[in-house]
Design a protein around this ligand. Structure first.
Ligand code: IPE
Ligand code: IPE
Ligand code: MG
Length: 243
């Protein structure tokens, strides 16, 4: 595995890396089911993939990694799974903050954070302030995140400012992602070809990459494959491209 990953790494052009990678981490439940395990074990295994992705993105010098960890629609799941996910989040933040700090990672979160359980909010803010002075990778966690809600929140914030007409840049500066570049690459695991209410505005010209691996199987080598695929694309932004 590591040999293959190292081979792939050699083929990546360090000058043409995406600045911002966003990931819809999907398939934890199916990964667990395939092994006869409870869904929560899939989420736990998925946390290991997060760890690896953060490390690899930092090493490559990628600027922003946005991870879709909990959507506004995920509250529809059974209460026990939601509770399990929130507990996993608290424990992971607690366990990983020191390591993130050693790796110079900054933490940011997008979503309706004020509706998350108090303990999650507390842990999140503690981790964000502990990492605030770092200057490396921005790890951006989408938590209780819904893209339509984000756009509505942006428009309402603009109305409160008293604006009477809006331009694209006004909407952008009031999104939760204000100040971040739009994603260059969006990865979705587990073979589903949908956006599930993720970064609808920001992904207008993002390159999409879907792979069939479940999220807990998505590790260094799979990420390098995604990057190589990204580097094989011609981004045209509506023009004619070409160099
Ligand atoms: C992604 O895995 C994690 C979250 C949505 C929190 P899923 O839990 O959606 O796994 P599947 O899609 O049921 O396999
Ligand atoms: C998207 O996955 C949300 C996250 C990865 C957090 P879902 O599993 O919730 O999406 P759908 O329901 O398959 O569209
Ligand atoms: Mg899913």
């Amino acid at each position: 595995m590591s040999l293959k990953a190292d081979e792939l790494l050699k083929r990546i052009d360090p000058r043409r890396l995406p600045r911002h990678v966003a990931v819809i981490m999907d398939g934890n439940g199916r990964w667990a089911k395939k092994r006869g395990l409870p869904r929560l074990m899939g989420h736990r295994a998925g946390a290991e993939s997060v760890r690896e992705m953060v490390r690899v993105c930092g090493d490559l010098g990628i600027e922003v990694l946005t991870l879709y960890a909990f959507s506004t629609e995920n509250w529809l799941r059974p209460a026990a799974e939601v509770k399990g996910l929130m507990t996993l989040l608290v424990k992971t933040l607690r366990r990983e903050t020191a390591d993130l700090d050693r790796n110079n990672v900054r933490l940011r979160a997008i979503g309706r954070l004020d509706k998350l359980p108090a303990e999650v909010q507390r842990e999140l803010h503690q981790a964000m302030s502990a990492l605030a002075d770092n200057s490396g990778l921005i790890l951006n966690l989408a938590l209780n995140y819904g893209s339509r809600q984000e756009i509505v929140d942006s428009v309402n914030a603009l109305l409160r400012e008293g604006v009477t007409a809006v331009e694209e840049k006004d909407i952008s500066r009031r999104l939760y992602t204000a100040g971040l570049p739009d994603p260059d690459l969006l990865i979705r695991t587990s073979g589903e070809y949908r956006l599930s209410n993720f970064l609808l505005w920001q992904c207008a010209y993002t390159e999409l990459y879907v792979c069939s691996h479940y999220w807990p199987e998505f590790r260094r080598a799979q990420f390098y494959e995604a990057l190589l695929n990204y580097q094989s694309r011609e981004r045209r932004f509506g023009g004619l491209g070409g160099t």
